[in-house]
Design a protein around this ligand. Structure first.
Ligand SMILES: Nc1ncnc2c1ncn2[C@@H]1O[C@H](COP(=O)(O)OP(=O)(O)OP(=O)(O)O)[C@@H](O)[C@H]1O
Length: 418
């Protein structure tokens, strides 16, 4: 694999056979690596696994990093949630230029391929397990053992007297993967060299998947993709002019690009039908896993899910006007040039407020002003309102209010993220 290492080389070290062999192989070849173990907090044995992994790394004189994560079951179940949390953790621990090596081997690839096939996956799913992929921010993920079979890893491990963690659940044949591994693959292997053939099919499918990705990127661009205060948007009429297949392809890749999980084809189709059929003025909101599709002013938005505005956020927090403030409803408030230090209060809209923007003759209801300024409806309860002695003096990111020397235009900046 021609991917030069610029930063650190990590091994995703679970303590299982595959990553144990991988780490051992690299360390004994004197490749400078670091071991990264993710603690999912799911199994009662997890703490013992940490001890085992740390001791093994120490024996190899490999630096060991432990990262604890919280698994969200809403991300497609426990297993999928753990996977997502793990990949997020990889991203957090790695720096730009770093690479992480995972222990997936040829048998894993064959199992994954068949499992996905039996679940009805498309090209993207079937081509899923790549030898190399970028995880953004100049970091990448590698699977150097994909062409090696599990039996060879076991031979290596036994020859070198390595011990590894065998998950108790690996023998439970009611689990699809175990059933395939223990019953079906040995049978198929009597007739065919399954691992090699599936590996070839995956390589072919990856080319098709790459074409679909390129098409999606071209379509995203021609639909006027643009970064928004929160998420991204594209032109709805240009999007709607594409065929259903291309719209699904675009939406799938758009979600992937934002770091989400590709939804099932039927789910995508349903979401697009909802976008098509909703009345133009209706507030549309379709949940796709951790992403949300919305519509506003002729544009289609893709954002992450909003957390609810905490009740205490409404009471207001104090702010000195000159430093950055993290907001309970998400994002930060950033000081603006010319603002003097004072005892400001920051809170959110409750309804009924009026404001007098510096560039207007008269005051107006805040509701109307937010509409006029084109703030997306889903952000209107989250826009920070800045008060001085009980009087509204600025709406962050939008305008300062008239006749208040302490708060000239521009207003404090507002960067929103959830
Ligand atoms: N807890 C963990 N900490 C660090 N790395 C891990 C952990 N679990 C798995 N990995 C890495 O992922 C590889 C594959 O592990 P495993 O087969 O258990 O995961 P999977 O869920 O089947 O695969 P996927 O990574 O696609 O989610 C391991 O060889 C290891 O490199």
């Amino acid at each position: 694999m021609a991917h030069p290492v610029q930063g650190n080389l990590w091994v995703g070290f679970s303590g299982g056979l595959d990553s144990t062999v991988l780490l051992h192989l690299l360390a004994t070849c004197r490749v400078p690596v670091r071991a990264l173990h993710i603690h999912h907090g799911l199994s009662e044995s997890a703490d013992r696994w940490v001890d085992h992994c740390r001791a093994f790394a120490q024996e190899l004189e490999v630096p060991f990093t432990l990262k604890r994560v919280v698994v969200d079951k809403r991300d497609g179940g426990l297993e999928q949630g753990a996977r997502l949390a793990r990949y997020l953790a990889f991203d957090q621990v790695l720096s730009s230029g770093d690479q992480i090596l995972l222990g997936h081997h040829g048998d894993d690839q064959a199992e994954t391929f068949l499992l996905r096939l039996l679940r009805g996956a498309g090209v993207l799913g079937l081509a899923g397990m790549a030898e190399w992929r970028s995880i953004g921010g100049g970091k990448s993920l590698l699977r150097p053992l994909l062409k090696v079979g599990r039996a060879d890893l076991e031979i290596w491990a036994r020859d070198h007297g390595l011990s590894w963690i065998d998950d108790e659940s690996n023998t439970d044949e009611s689990l699809d993967r175990n059933f395939l591994r223990r019953r079906i693959l040995p049978l198929l292997s009597v007739q065919w060299s399954v691992r090699q053939r599936i590996s070839r099919a995956v390589d072919n499918l990856r080319e098709s998947a790459e074409l679909l990705r390129e098409l999606a990127l071209t379509d995203l661009e021609s639909c006027g993709l643009r970064a928004e205060r929160f998420g991204e948007s594209l032109d709805l009429s240009l999007f709607s002019a594409l065929s259903m297949t291309r719209r699904k392809n675009l939406l799938r890749h758009w979600i992937l690009q934002q770091g989400g999980l590709a939804p099932e084809s039927t789910v995508l189709q349903e979401a697009i039908s909802q976008v098509d059929s909703a009345a133009l003025d209706a507030q549309l909101e379709v949940q796709l896993g951790r992403r949300v599709v919305r519509r506003f002013k002729g544009r289609l938005y893709l954002t992450s899910r909003l957390k609810t505005v905490p009740a205490d956020g409404e009471k207001g927090v104090s702010w000195d006007g000159v430093s950055r403030l993290s907001l309970s409803a998400g994002g930060v408030l950033e000081p603006a040039v010319g603002w003097s230090s004072a005892e400001y209060q920051v809170s959110y809209r409750r309804g009924g407020e009026r404001a007098h923007p510096a560039d207007r003759d008269r005051s107006q209801t805040l509701k109307k002003l937010l509409q006029e300024r084109g703030l997306e409806p889903w952000l209107r309860d989250r826009v920070p309102l800045v008060f001085l002695k009980g009087e509204l003096v600025a709406v962050a990111g939008l305008f300062s209010c008239k006749a208040n020397r302490a708060t000239p235009d521009p207003p404090p900046g507002w960067r929103f993220f959830d």
